[in-house]
Design a protein around this ligand. Structure first.
Ligand SMILES: Cc1cc2nc3c(=O)[nH]c(=O)nc-3n(C[C@H](O)[C@H](O)[C@H](O)COP(=O)(O)OP(=O)(O)OC[C@H]3O[C@@H](n4cnc5c(N)ncnc54)[C@H](O)[C@@H]3O)c2cc1C
Length: 492
């Protein structure tokens, strides 16, 4: 039988190992952490097998879609923390932030030309998906991608899950095995060859100095050709900040999560998505940490396969069980979907019933139509929607319940569903600090029926699930939220 974690490893080309390579290269693309990282652990395994040292490259490009001061700052804060750690631990670590497009790729290929084998992160969306498709053909050495994204390995599913229920069944079947085959806490623990790698200085000629860039983030990004209107947020992009948020969630919100997570005023969600997105904190360590708060006497034996239903699986505290379902099932269903579908970000990827119903209602009259700029600047007639958009524009995030309403309303206020989809992708990925993630596409496409079922038919929405601001106002606690992000802050 195949080893469980081997479902995480993907060999992307058939190139021969370079016997003269001086090191094994681990290219940290998205799961940017030295802990609980299967890809780094796998690279350590190769280094030990070949008796070579390990070189870690962490870099950042400047020409990725939706690049902003916000995403750059968050990312660079995390890289600065890594640079300090790597210097302290004497790791063979190269950190680099690109000033001109192309510098990053050249550096990667220069480093790969002296390596025996290249290992990098498997990631099912965005530029990482494209790079992992193209670069294996361009390098001269074996190219492996390793999935350290979630608990259920991407290689374990055979096709794209069409619903959360369908994926939950798979999750329930494999949860215990996945949880008991975790990544190592310190991925570098077993590295045997710690000798220092002397890299030729010529590789770095004409490149901006990484230490200098990371020590002066605002000065560095000021000169980049990225969107400077989208300002950095208060949250720091470091692992320390992510772990701090996890600790705060566990002590102040976890045991009320299920009851109060839909109420924006209660602030009982984890707010961990930014650190999950950039891989600063692993899903496994979050799951492990919250499971320690299950009631006394609870253990893995209490888990019973429940055919994909939400309740009756973990059989612990309902708040913890509810959170586990979000962070495992709902987070991972989108990763598995995108893993199997190259069209994960295209309108045509929607289920047939959605394409049909959207077409039938394409010409329905719309009472309000807003332009991208009106939406971006919270200039609609709807107080709740404007508040959610203001939170997104200014703080880089929207409360989950309101995020659903936020997405649904854009379908109602644009000339056609394709325009709505494009506006949502652009707004989300430009402003959200957790944007450009498989969950960005899960969330946005969920508004259009992905992972959902048909509901009662109505104008514009057809059979899509419908949400209104009036019922949201009645259903959830919003008073403080509206005071904070409401009219005085919108650009009306
Ligand atoms: C229109 C729309 C756009 C979205 N865009 C993004 C995005 O860009 N990035 C992103 O990470 N999430 C996105 N989501 C999903 C969800 O809103 C966020 O993951 C969640 O609000 C993050 O807040 P939290 O960390 O406090 O979540 P918690 O409630 O504390 O949940 C913990 C974690 O579970 C996962 N999770 C929770 N709810 C969902 C969900 N409904 N779908 C998928 N994963 C979930 C997230 O990783 C989250 O961090 C979007 C949802 C919608 C409706």
């Amino acid at each position: 039988m195949k080893n469980f974690n081997s479902y995480r490893v993907f060999k992307r080309n058939d190139k021969e190992l370079n016997p003269d390579g001086e090191y094994v290269l681990y290219w940290m693309q998205i799961n940017r952490r030295f802990q609980y990282n299967f890809a780094l652990e796998y690279a350590v395994g190769w280094a030990n097998k070949l008796g070579k040292p390990l070189l870690i490259l962490e870099a950042f490009s400047c020409d990725y879609p939706w690049a902003t001061d916000r995403s750059h700052t968050f990312m660079m804060q995390g890289m600065k923390e890594h640079l300090d750690y790597a210097t302290d631990q004497k790791l063979n670590y190269v950190s680099f932030v690109e000033k001109e497009a192309g510098q990053y790729k050249k550096l990667l290929f220069d480093l790969a030309s002296n390596a025996s084998v290249l290992i990098t992160d498997e990631y099912p969306v965005f530029i990482m998906k494209e790079r992992n498709r193209e670069y294996p053909n361009e390098v001269k050495i074996p190219y492996y991608t390793v999935d350290s994204n979630g608990l259920i390995p991407l290689g374990l599913t055979e096709k794209d899950p069409y619903s959360a229920y369908f994926f939950r069944k798979i999750m329930q079947k494999h949860f215990v095995e996945a949880f008991t085959h975790p990544p190592k806490q310190n991925s570098l623990d077993e590295l045997e060859n710690n000798s220092k790698i002397e890299l030729p200085q010529s590789i770095f000629d004409d490149l901006p100095d990484a230490e200098n860039s990371l020590n002066n983030i605002p000065d560095f990004i000021e000169h980049l050709d990225i969107d400077h209107e989208v300002k950095p947020i208060e949250w720091m992009g470091t692992r320390a900040a992510g772990l701090g948020m996890l600790g705060q969630f566990i002590s102040q919100a976890l045991l009320e999560y299920d009851d109060k997570r839909n109420d924006p005023d209660e602030k009982k969600t984890s707010q961990l998505s930014p650190w999950l997105h950039f891989g600063k904190v692993s899903e496994y360590e979050i799951v492990k940490a919250v499971m320690e708060y299950q009631p006394e006497g609870w253990d893995l034996d209490k888990i019973t396969f429940n055919k994909g239903s939400t309740g009756g699986f973990f059989n612990g505290n309902p708040n913890i069980d509810g959170f586990l379902d979000e962070v495992i099932t709902w987070r991972e269903v989108g990763f598995h979907f995108a893993h199997h579908r190259d069209d994960y970000d295209q309108f045509k990827s929607l289920p047939d019933w959605v394409l049909e119903t959207m077409n039938e209602h394409r010409d329905d009259p719309r009472e309000w139509i807003y332009s991208y700029d009106e939406l971006k600047n919270s200039k609609t007639h709807d107080e709740i929607w404007n508040a959610a958009q203001t939170q997104l524009r200014e703080e880089g995030i929207i409360h989950n319940y309101l995020r659903m309403l936020w997405g649904k309303k854009v379908i109602e206020w644009t000339p056609d569903p394709e325009t709505a989809l494009q506006y949502l992708i652009d707004l989300n990925n430009t402003y959200a600090i957790d944007g450009r993630d498989p969950n960005s596409y899960s969330g946005i496409f969920w508004c259009f029926g992905r992972f959902d079922r048909a509901w009662q038919e109505r104008p514009i929405f057809g059979k899509l699930r419908y949400m209104t601001s009036e019922s949201t106002r009645k259903k959830v606690k919003l008073k403080e939220y509206l005071n904070k992000y409401g009219s005085q802050k919108s650009l009306l």
